[in-house]
Design a protein around this ligand. Structure first.
Ligand code: GRF
Length: 209
């Protein structure tokens, strides 16, 4: 199987996938392309260290071709997403699955539709449970809810990507209990460890389905 992984940051989940490929956790699977929307993403270095081809897909370049008003930004995002799909559909081999691993760019139907038509699945890691804390900063929002509203647990999920943010069907989920007087850093550390397990399990389940 072939994977394309989309990243925006540190890439610790990408690293978990790199380490799992070819083992019993992800047999006969390889990452054939890593794409980042941020040039400084350390995940690009992780990919290069693993001899995986990388692409920096730069949204700023698209925005600079349009007026910086809502219509111009919408036009830039449409072109950006359509070109991202083309980039992937023109790659050889094409991926069986696209994994969003710490990818911080909302994917619109301009991307999702051509990818779905090609029969390629898109999955995403989100550090919350289905229906909770959609969007950015999910871990911190759960931590706050633990301190202020007595929330007992949060979680992590791998889900199918649809146009609505963090709302596609869950493929695998894991609950994470919130601990009294735990620092945000400590919660994040516990959650990232679970992310690294779930990203591999969720990818394997998707490839097997
Ligand atoms: C995840 O919690 C993801 O949701 C958020 O950052 C973490 C991924 O980090 N964007 P990494 O880039 O995989 O290390």
């Amino acid at each position: 199987f072939n994977l394309t992984v989309l990243i925006s940051g540190n890439g610790s989940n990408l690293q978990a996938l790199i380490d799992a490929c070819g083992t019993s956790a992800l047999p006969s699977t390889r990452i054939t392309h890593v794409i980042s929307n941020r040039i400084k993403a350390y995940g690009l270095t992780r990919a290069k260290n693993a001899s995986i081809p990388t692409t920096y897909h730069n949204l700023v370049a698209y925005k600079s071709k349009h007026p910086s008003n809502p219509e111009g930004i919408a036009a830039a995002r449409t072109e950006y997403d359509a070109d991202l799909a083309k980039l992937i559909l023109d790659s050889n081999p094409r991926p069986d699955v696209i994994v969003c691993a710490g990818w911080m760019h909302i994917l619109t139907p301009d991307f999702l539709n051509p990818i779905a038509e090609a029969g390629i699945k898109v999955i995403n890691l989100h550090p919350a449970l289905p229906g909770e804390f959609a969007g950015a900063g999910a871990i911190e929002r759960a931590w706050e809810a633990g301190r202020k509203e007595g929330l007992k647990r949060t979680g992590v999920m791998i889900h199918e990507v649809i146009a609505e943010v963090d709302a596609g069907d869950a493929i695998v989920t894991a609950e994470v209990p919130l601990k009294e007087a735990e620092t945000l850093d400590d919660l994040e550390e516990r959650i990232h460890k679970i992310e690294h397990e779930l990203i591999v399990e969720g990818t394997r389940k998707t490839l097997e389905s």
